[in-house]
Design a protein around this ligand. Structure first.
Ligand code: GAL
Length: 829
């Protein structure tokens, strides 16, 4: 509330102004067995995950605006404990870790917030969100009834809740937060924790409850969640889920509308038709709360990616892509679904429900309220379309689809009929699509002598240490020892090898200052033994092994205990005929050095004063730093760094970490569904079902948020661990290259390129039974040669155009019985 003085000549009066923003009024959030209730009214809530540290403060308002435009009511985020408390009791809530600012940004857009405090998150985030120092606290056991752990968890959870309360952000205080979460999917893995697990989950519930936040708490995937915790469902589909209490509404807290990616893996995607099918089935079956995981996946900047081996991109095939652009048609197709669901919110949340079995997995659900009814008709067959007869009318329901009829008469939405354009995104340099602007690189070697020649470290132990004991301050840890070959041993030296068991995520081996080889695995391939022939000399031999982590484990029962770094044994093996000599070095005195020199010297810092070499640029040189200056690409479109040709390492722009890169990790061949033969959305989805990018780098492009760039000279720094060719690297902008539209008969097609850019030509247009998909459309039997004309007239030269898919526009069509006539267009931007 504030006071203002208004003066009319000599007379002044004080006027009390009541702040009319939403903070002023407490909102009551409760629930019954049907739905969440806001101020006593049952509500349909459509929510989407946007993890604040996976984008920048500068991106937040636009992402949230777009989420609202996509028909969402709420934004969900986890809280990322290890980002906020990297060192025990030292907190960081700056920049994109300012979650309070994030929540307020959501509030300003008029959306609700679903806050998943955890503080275990999973989320393909490093160590599932746990600070690694937790692991090193004496007597601790994570995620079970253990006093040391529970004290830390309670301390952090209380801190977060208090920060939120301080800012009055819970709905009970007039803020946007309507729901909170404690723990995460503990039910999936609690078996091995036995009685301790059960006690822990009860403790979590009591602890959360005692924080008195005034809005409901949920526990996801927790079938034994104690009241008043609401247990909720996570998965690709949740229509069959039933909560464990009649007073809990049916809530879907993670609707996986895509999937994450790992280095060496193909690009997973999930067709919009199938996501929509899952959502519509859920609401048909009485669901009232749906949260997309993810609505914007974003980027794992710095060392935040989990794993092991999770990529830097966390695009997730979400409706907003990694850079924040609309991922069409997914964004638009779901928006239409949201509009349809919102239009019948009252009937869905208050109506009586009756079901009709049409046979052969075709089902109807009728919601009736106050004399009105709304219908869902679903066909769960994965290949056969169905025609049903309801109240004297025939309705065609395509295979694996749901139709929504808000008045039980007219279908306004069918999950299989996509009316939104597909946008094909391309990466352009300011020189055009195929000509990146080349960069002038300087370089420096990583200084290795101290470790590989002299074996000097800062800590020693007579055992192989788990890399986590170093508190995860760096990906890199040197393990260094020496081995003395006596006269007697020399006779073995003709056939000797070094064998390392448990190779960390990446191992580089050096003997007597010389590199001997490397080894790494992948997300699905845990190959743990490295063996290579070595030449050792008489006397002292220096063995220096560099272990590099690529994101710490984030999921599974006791995932926190999975060993990181070199597990051992480390052995020298000599072979002569059938005889073998094994020298186990595991209990030798090992020296440890955490990190690399270049990191300690801050070579990645913007305008660092260190000296860089301009002489001949080394290509394919291991352990090398590169640096170049560049001008920011023009305009406002998202910027990416193309690292094709590079191996593996880390990249920075103006001192901001873009994350790890590994452009040389190529996805396997086979099972890819590209535009020639798109993945069939019909039938049950799994993370392996629809993939693209066979034989290509798992990640070639690295997001450079616009806010990292400055107007004058910018700097890019690479640390190249494996060896690569930086001369191929360059900056590009992401733009819409072409758009494809599909509109079923009598619907309107809308096409548009990036804002400010016009449609330059029509590549393909046909009305009738055209086949194929975006990028490979073909004419059908009842399309006409002249179909492009009306589209050219309506669209070319325009930023946006609309055209009705009707015979009145394209002329009459004599198509075969049973064909759903549609207009398809491919337009170039
Ligand atoms: C769930 C988990 C999420 C995320 C997801 C996969 O099990 O709760 O945090 O990891 O899997 O992307």
């Amino acid at each position: 509330m504030s006071m203002m003085r208004i003066c009319f000549s000599s007379l002044c009066i004080w006027v009390v102004i009541i702040a009319l923003n939403s903070c002023a009024f407490a909102v009551d959030v409760s629930h019954d067995g049907r739905a969440l209730k806001i101020d006593g009214q049952r509500r349909i809530i459509l929510s989407g995950a946007i993890h604040y540290p996976r984008s920048t403060t500068h991106m937040w308002p636009d992402l949230i605006k777009k989420a609202k435009g996509g028909g969402l009511d709420a934004i969900e985020t986890y809280i990322f404990w290890n980002a906020h408390e990297p060192v025990r009791r030292q907190y960081d809530f700056n920049g994109n870790l300012d979650f309070i600012r994030f929540i307020k940004t959501v509030q300003n857009e008029g959306l609700y917030v679903f806050l998943r405090i955890g503080p275990y998150a999973c989320a393909e985030w490093n160590y599932g969100g746990f600070p690694v120092w937790l692991h090193n606290l004496p007597g601790i056991q994570l995620r079970t009834a253990n006093d040391v752990f529970m004290k830390e968890m309670q301390n952090f959870t209380t801190l977060i809740v208090d920060m939120v309360k301080q800012e009055k952000l819970f709905a009970s205080q007039g803020g946007p937060i309507i729901l909170a979460q404690i723990e995460n999917e503990y039910g999936n893995i609690m078996g091995p924790y036995g009685a301790g697990g059960k006690a822990y989950i009860n403790w979590c519930a009591n602890m959360a409850d005692s924080l008195s936040i005034g809005v409901p708490w949920i526990m996801c995937q927790q079938p034994d969640a104690p009241q008043p915790m609401i247990n909720t469902c996570n998965g690709f589909y949740c229509h069959e889920f039933q909560p464990n209490n009649p007073n809990s509404p049916k809530m879907w807290t993670e609707n996986w509308l895509g999937w994450f990616k790992a280095w060496g893996n193909k690009h997973p995607y999930r067709p919009a038709e199938d996501v929509a099918f899952g959502v519509a089935r859920f609401f048909q079956n009485g669901g009232t709360f749906n949260n997309y995981y993810m609505y914007h996946g974003g980027t794992n900047f710095g060392r935040t990616s989990g794993g092991p081996y999770i990529t830097t991109t966390y695009d997730y095939d979400a409706p907003l892509n990694e850079y924040g652009s609309l991922n069409q048609p997914k964004y638009g197709h779901l928006k239409e679904l949201h509009d349809a669901l919102h239009s019948i919110e009252k009937i869905l949340t208050y109506g009586n429900i009756s079901t009709i079995d049409f046979g052969n997995s075709v089902n109807g659900t009728v919601y009736s309220y106050n004399g009105n009814s709304s219908c869902f008709f679903s066909n769960e067959n994965s290949t056969s379309d169905a025609t049903i007869h309801y109240k004297g009318v025939d309705y065609k329901i395509p295979a694996w689809s749901v139709s929504i009829l808000p008045d039980c008469k007219k279908e306004v939405y069918n999950t299989a009929k996509v009316n939104t354009q597909t946008s094909v995104m391309v990466k352009k340099s300011d020189n055009g699509e195929n000509e990146p602007i080349s960069l002038e690189w300087r370089w420096r070697p990583e200084e290795l002598d101290t470790t590989v020649v002299y074996g000097k470290g800062h800590v020693s132990a007579t055992q192989l240490l788990d890399q986590k004991v170093m508190n995860d301050v760096s990906d890199y840890l040197w393990y260094m020892t020496s081995v003395d070959l006596k006269k007697n041993d020399i006779m073995w030296s003709h056939n000797m090898s070094l064998r390392v068991n448990g190779t960390g995520h990446i191992l580089h081996a050096y003997i007597n200052g010389k590199y001997v080889g490397s080894k790494w695995g992948g997300y699905d391939s845990v190959d743990n033994v490295y063996e290579t022939n070595v030449k050792l000399k008489h006397g002292k031999n220096q063995i220096s092994l560099l272990s590099a982590t690529v994101g710490l484990q984030n999921y599974g029962a006791r995932f926190d205990l999975v060993r990181t770094g070199l597990a051992g044994p480390v052995e020298i093996i000599g072979r002569r005929g059938d005889d073998t000599l094994i020298k186990d070095l595991s209990t030798h005195k090992w020296w440890y050095q955490s990190g690399l020199r270049g990191f300690d010297d801050h070579l990645f810092k913007f305008k660092s004063t260190s000296t860089w070499r301009w002489d001949e640029l080394p290509i394919n040189r291991r352990m090398t730093w590169y640096k170049a200056s560049f001008k920011a690409p023009l305009g406002e479109e998202p910027v990416v760094l193309d690292l094709i040709g590079l191996g593996k390492g880390m990249a920075w722009v103006n001192g901001h970490s873009l994350g790890r890169y590994w452009a040389s990790y190529i996805a396997g061949k086979g099972n890819c569904s590209e535009s020639e033969q798109p993945c069939d959305y019909r039938g049950k989805y799994s993370a392996e079902k629809c993939v693209s990018g066979c034989g290509k780098p798992s990640q070639r492009w690295y997001h450079v948020p616009r806010s990292f760039l400055v107007e004058e000279e910018n700097e890019v720094v690479l640390f190249e661990e494996f060896g690569g060719n930086p001369t191929l690297a360059g900056f590009r902008r992401e733009v819409v290259g072409s758009v494809c539209g599909t509109a079923y008969e009598n619907r309107t097609m809308e096409l548009s390129c990036s804002p400010g850019r016009t449609i330059s030509a029509i590549g393909f247009a046909a009305f009738g039974d055209a086949r194929g998909s975006c990028g490979s459309f073909r004419k059908g039997a009842c399309t006409s040669q002249n179909d492009a004309l009306p589209v050219v007239q309506e669209c070319v030269g325009k930023e946006k155009c609309r055209i009705v898919a009707a015979e009145s526009v394209f002329g009459s069509r004599d198509c075969e019985e049973g064909i759903w006539k549609r207009l398809v267009v491919e337009a170039l931007c």
